[in-house]
Every structure is written in structure tokens, then in C-alpha cells.
Design a protein around this ligand. Structure first.
Ligand code: HPA
Length: 306
């Protein structure tokens, strides 16, 4: 009986230890996935990585020339989305002479993946040579001026996940305490807004994105609290990916599609279906904004220092 108890305690201790040091494993998984992906993609080095969120899932199929697709399921131990409406493939292709590596679908913390697993694809894309990262997502609008269908360019974020993807051992060539005072590259944003102006496109608002774990939507009291903290929009992704990208020294640009008024900002209940429908309806505008972001990165500077 006593031996049994000791055994049980050891098992628990081993499990805890395994949870606390997931990074070496994930590093190995990232390296293996990068090796397989590189073999599948041939000798093309991507310049930009793009994570396609709700409303942009099909963008890579429509916009990229000479697309090459690698489903996540073909990469060893690669996390796969369990959420309806989220695809699961890398797509590499050309846009205006530039090579773009897209993620059609991402995984979320609320699916039960660790933050290290959620951000593993960013490490894979970095290993493949991307020089900048564009993140897109769906979000609930908190600020009064944001309405369903509107875009919001992230100028900053609040990590309300209660954790951080960088917790755990750090590799010798990585920063332990990366600076987060300008996560979303100011120069890239300026280039983007200038491009919208030059091409006669409507202006896009900037705002602060707050990340929650989900998967339950927020209560009206939580949204009121987030508003007082300075959040303009709320969502369940992006922040872990942006943190890892900054640790790796990648410039980041991100925008949200406001798919709904956040809880308590409109009379009805929130639903995942509403999020999907609004994002699908905003597809054309989101595609134009994504292309503006890509053009303003490459036009501004091939090696943007942010
Ligand atoms: N809350 C959290 N995440 C979201 C929302 C929301 O209202 N809309 C889209 N993603």
C-alpha cells in the first residue's frame, strides 16, 4: 500500500516536471517540422509569414501564385486545429514577386494545447527564414467606435492569458527577457497607413488587443473591466504568437476583424457562428488590408528593424 502511494507520488512529480519543462521537446518538434517543411517546399525561402485568421482562410488559395500546400498532418507532431472553420495547412506562394508562407489555420490555448505548442509554428516559420510576421484574427469590439466588419490594426496588446509562451528553458541563442515596448512595428504600421492613403482605401483604426484564454466569451462585467484596462478589442489568439516572434527578433504586424460587439455592448448573446459569418462578410476588405500590409513591408524595407 505504502509502495503504491510512493509510486503514485513519483508519477505525479514526474508529470509536473514534464509540464514545467516542455520547451526542449517543442524545440525538437519545431526543428523536425522545419526540416520536413523545407524538404517539401524546395529551395524557396519565404520572406514573410502570415497567420490567416477568420475571414482570411481562403486568401492563400485565391491570392498567391504558384501555391505549394503542406497540410499540418504531414508534419511530425505538429499541432492541429480542432475548431470548425479553421483549416490546417501551410501554403507557400508568390505575391508581387515576394515569397509568402501562410498558415491556413492556427491552434488555440483553449483547445488544450500548451502556449509552447500554440507558438511552435512561429518558430518553424522563423527557422525557414521569414523576415517578418503578419498575424490576423477575429475579435470582439470593446471601443465604442469599433463596429462588426471593421478592421483594427494592433498598436499594442494586453496579455490576459495568465501565462506566457516563453516560460521554460531558453536556448543559448535566445533572449530570456525580450523587450515588449513596441511589439507591433511602428514603421510597418506607418507604411501601411500611408499605402491605404495613396491607394484611396478607407483608413483603418488602431487599437489595443486584449487576449483571453476563452473558450467562453466574456461577461459584460469582464468587458467593462477590460475597457478600463485600456483594451479596444478582445480575442483568444495572436498575443502568444507575437511574443514569440519578438523574442526571435521578427517585426510583427497584426490586425483584427471586429466580428461582433463584445459582451454587454449589444443586447443579444454572442455566438461562434456570428463571428464566422461577420468575418466571411468582411473577406474582401480583409484581403485588401492583408495585401496592403504585405506591400508596405516589402516596399518599406526588406529588413525592417522594429
Ligand atoms: N471575445 C473573445 N474572442 C472573440 C470575440 C469576443 O467577443 N469575438 C471574436 N473572437
Amino acid at each position: 500500500m505504502q509502495i503504491c502511494l510512493v509510486e503514485q507520488m513519483c508519477t505525479v512529480k514526474l508529470k509536473i516536471t514534464a509540464c514545467q519543462i516542455p520547451l526542449p521537446n517543442q524545440s525538437a518538434v519545431a526543428m523536425e517540422a522545419a526540416t520536413v517543411l523545407r524538404q517539401r517546399l524546395g529551395d524557396k525561402t519565404p520572406q514573410l509569414g502570415v497567420v490567416l485568421g477568420s475571414g482570411l482562410g481562403f486568401w492563400a488559395d485565391r491570392a498567391l501564385a504558384n501555391p505549394l500546400r503542406v497540410p499540418y498532418m504531414e508534419l511530425p507532431d505538429f499541432p492541429r486545429s480542432t475548431v470548425p472553420g479553421h483549416h490546417g495547412s501551410f501554403v507557400l506562394g508568390e505575391l508581387q514577386g515576394h515569397t509568402i508562407l501562410c498558415m491556413q489555420g492556427r491552434v488555440h490555448y483553449y483547445e488544450g494545447y500548451s502556449l509552447q505548442q500554440v507558438t511552435l509554428p512561429i518558430r518553424v516559420m522563423a527557422a525557414l527564414g521569414i523576415q517578418g510576421l503578419i498575424l490576423t484574427n477575429a475579435a470582439g469590439g470593446i471601443a465604442k467606435h469599433l463596429h462588426p466588419g471593421d478592421p483594427m490594426v494592433l498598436c499594442d496588446h494586453i496579455n490576459f492569458l495568465g501565462s506566457n509562451p516563453l516560460i521554460g528553458p531558453v536556448k543559448p541563442d535566445e533572449t530570456r527577457f525580450p523587450d515588449m515596448s513596441e511589439v507591433y512595428c511602428r514603421r510597418w504600421r506607418a507604411g501601411f497607413h500611408a499605402h491605404l492613403g495613396r491607394t484611396g482605401q478607407a483608413e483603418a483604426a488602431e487599437g489595443v488587443y486584449l487576449a483571453t484564454t476563452g473558450p467562453s466569451f466574456e461577461t459584460p462585467a469582464e468587458i467593462e473591466a477590460f475597457a478600463r484596462l485600456g483594451a479596444d478589442a478582445v480575442g483568444m489568439s495572436t498575443v502568444p504568437e507575437a511574443i514569440v516572434a519578438r523574442q526571435l527578433g521578427l517585426p510583427v504586424f497584426a490586425f483584427s476583424c471586429i466580428t461582433n460587439y463584445a459582451a454587454g455592448r449589444s443586447p443579444g448573446p454572442l455566438s461562434h457562428e456570428e463571428v464566422g459569418e461577420t468575418a466571411a462578410g468582411a473577406e474582401d476588405r480583409l484581403s485588401a488590408l492583408l495585401e496592403a500590409a504585405i506591400i508596405s513591408f516589402t516596399v518599406t524595407n526588406q529588413k525592417l528593424e522594429c
